[in-house]
Design a protein around this ligand. Sequence first.
Ligand code: GLC
Ligand code: GLC
Length: 818
Amino acid sequence: MQTNKTNEKFGYFDDANYEYVITTPYTPTPWINYLGNDGFYGLISNTAGGYCFDRDPKFRRLTRYRYNSVPLDNGGRYFYIRDENDFWSATGRPVNTELDEYSCRHGMGYSRFNASKNGIATQVTSFIPLDTKAEVHSLQVTNNNDTSKTVDVFSFIEWCLWNAEDDGANFQRNLSTGEVEVAGSTIYHKTEYRERRNHYAFYSVNRELDGYDTNRESFLGQYRGFDRPQVVENGKSTNSFARGWSPIASQHLKLKLAPGETQSLEFVLGYIEVETDEKWESKNVINKTPANEMAARFDTHDKVKAELAKLNAYWHNLLNKFSVNTPDDKFNRAINIWNQYQNMVTFNLSRSASFYESGIGRGMGFRDSNQDTIGFAHMVPDKVKERILDLSATQKPDGSAYHQYQPLTKKGNANIGGNFNDDPMWMVLSTTNYIKETGDFSILDEMVIYDDQEVATHDHFDHLVRAFNHVVNNLGPHGLPLIGRADWNDCLNLNCFSENPNESYQTTQRGASDVAESVMIAGQFVLYGQEFVDLCKQLGKDELAASCLAHVDTMRSTIEQHAWDGQWYLRAYDSRGEKVGSHENEEGKIFIESQGFCAMAGVGIDDGKVKQALDSVEKHLSTDYGIMLNQPAFSSYNKYLGEITSYPPGYKENAGIFCHNNPWITISEAMIGRGEKAYEYYSKITPAYLQEVQSLHKTEPYVYSQMVAGNDSANPGEAKNSWLTGTAAWNYYAATQYILGIRPVYQGLEIDPCILPSWDKVSIKREFRGAQYDIELRNPNGLSKGTIQLNIDGQAVKGSVIDASTYSGKHTIIATLQ
Ligand code: GLC
Ligand code: GLC
């Protein structure tokens, strides 16, 4: 692996350390990282901005963050460093003092900030240790001067009053409720603990304090920002005690440093839950024992280092279940490090909390979360199983599903409801993909409630049957699936007709909803319906397989009959039965989603429709920065189409490059053997390839963004909504299962690549159902696709599948493309 420093303005990859190194605090947008693996999470920017929460970023937020603030990225874990004549931020901001050195290394589950000024060097390492509900911030201060120095360190965090929505809105109440305690070097945040909460937070440091502040205005001074706190300027804490207003935690530590000396301070920002009868130590004094026990786990630098090493080992192990070495370093970097990492973050957070998702809006999406699992089933199969079953439990008896559920309660979100008719079939994808990865059919036997039940009466397989039947039972006039509120494209709202700016496109439905049909769902039904048929066959349910196959076949011919527009697939029929996505339309003549799904399903593959549809995608939708969602963009609002026409041309679902659906085309190209096209589409949206356009792109250069502005926009190529996007899972799936072609099937691991002809040799390490395969893919004739000749441990083997029932332990495989 290599480190590439050329041409980069804001940073570079350090692959050997699995890090991205940011070299300025002033990136085009805050470039964030995620801390935490299991229920307790933090978002942390390249200047330590962000916040942390326990499970639910709306209801259990520990620290306060100001979204879309001025200046950007306000609120975080700050360390103010003050020497005799100057002060600065150990994390680059919020103090704007120019540093002699600055870097932020975002790694796997940790971020490390290095700064220096006036010969004083600092390093902050921030992470959430495994199995711990706390952020640890380890600060080291080194005196590189020839003389002794006294350095004042002031820590700072601001408490959020738990319910983040209320915290930002209900000031008549919450400016009066804030409560803290201070004991030793720890500041405890206990707002609302006196009433119905049995949880509190604390901020501790492993050294005696020279002072503290818990009241924000006392620390900052009147009308000052985070960049110039009065206390830091004065060099002295005020020992303020918050009663209401805005409680904070700031510790003052005076360090005397000999020349060359380094001192370490270990800060712990922890979350504690206590049993109701153990809440108090004495009247109105909280039970601090669990907090003190937690802090004690990190009270020396060695202990903290050991915890960080455990975290590193955890990630190393996860990421190494699948690794690849192609002649293309960027491809390797994406597959081996950042794409897998982003997949895990989308697993943890779905679409709930990012720099763009405020953490108070969405819960876990049914559609999104099912799709996300295809990006990490190989890393955390047990968690995938649990996730799929959680999703299954929010399904309704008629096979439809709640569109979202809340992670704290795992209950369907009634405010949003259901009727997004693509939802059910995504569970067929997640479940079959899980079984193919693990060989574990037992997931189908798990008893799972339907949303209205107390006790489960049916197994997960029954949920899949009902998902399948939901499509069959909801067909429109042409025999295509009814769209409901929307399909995958949340903004194609064919039954909404909204004229009121204060209503939601997604939850408003006026149409009778028995006319508007989706070709995307039709293609999805053929693809995952066929998957379901195959699953039934695996289970020996031949009758069910046959009856389902009949529905799938009918849908196939319905699409060919009613949804082929001549050169591509239609997108939909609207509530008036009019075509959407046809050459007959003036705007929105062609859409990507139906091309992707009908092509992946192979509808009309034999008579050239798939190839023609893909050629039309290239001709009408492809740009330098990826494939646009539709063309021409909608230039005015059309209430019969809904939110899609509400966006200015070139943005979001209105002709933006909505990266999530690009891999559907990549996969389709790979399926028909066009390796160069597949690679081109893959690489156009993959961040590892976009280092030269960082200022245009704006978002983090190590993760996918949801949307890149399209050709109709003012600034094609500009990205938004980084991190929490289905693009991560889908592009990983496209690259590993269709470009590299390492594809789990029920029998084992199939090898069916579609690569660049110039890749003469690719090595792959893959853990699969308890075995470790060292695969060497050879391409002596410069092909993209072909027949695979398998040789396992020196023995020629027929076919292209490594049969999982035959192998365990380590094996060497040579797969030759011919
Ligand atoms: C957002 C949503 C996703 C939807 C997509 C297209 O990414 O999270 O559910 O499919 O937009 O509208
Ligand atoms: C808006 C966005 C869409 C997203 C939805 C989520 O409609 O355009 O991308 O899926 O909001 O609520």
